[in-house]
Design a protein around this ligand. Sequence first.
Ligand code: DQA
Length: 146
Amino acid sequence: MASKVLVLNGPNLNLLGTREPDVYGNETLADIEVKSLERGDFLGLQVEFRQSNTEGQLVDWVQQAQENFDFLIVNAGAYTHTSVALLDAIKSCNIPVIEVHLSNIHQREEFRQHSYISKVALGTICGFGGYGYELALEAAAKILNK
Ligand code: DQA
C-alpha cells in the first residue's frame, strides 16, 4: 500500500500567486498542490494537501496526523517563527517531519531566521519556491523506503 504524506500549509499561503510575487513567485497554492500530487504519484506516495490560517487548526491536524499518515511536510508560514504550540504538537507526533519554505528565510529579515519547526524537523528545504515541496516529497520517499 502507498505511504501517505500530509502536507500542511499555514497562514497567508492561500494567497500565493498574488501575495508578494517578487518573494513567493507567481504559482498559486493550487498549482503547487497539483504538482505535489503528481510527484507523489510518481514516487508511490499518496499526498494530501491542506491549508489553514488558524494556528489551532494546524495543531489539531498535526495531533491527528499519526492516525492516518506516515509522513508530514509543513510550511507553517509565519507560525514558523512564533508557534511554540506547533513545536509541541510536532514533538508529540510520532511521524517524521520535513519543513518547507518557498523563500530562503535565512536571507530575509532577522525575525524569519529563527524557526521553531526546525528544532524538531528532520530537515528544512527553503529557497526553491514551490519546487521545494517536490524536493521534500523526494526526501520523504527515500526515508520511507529505507
Ligand atoms: C514562508 C516564510 C515565512 O517567513 C512567511 O511568514 C510565510 C511564508 C515561506 O514559505 O517562504 O508566510 O513560510
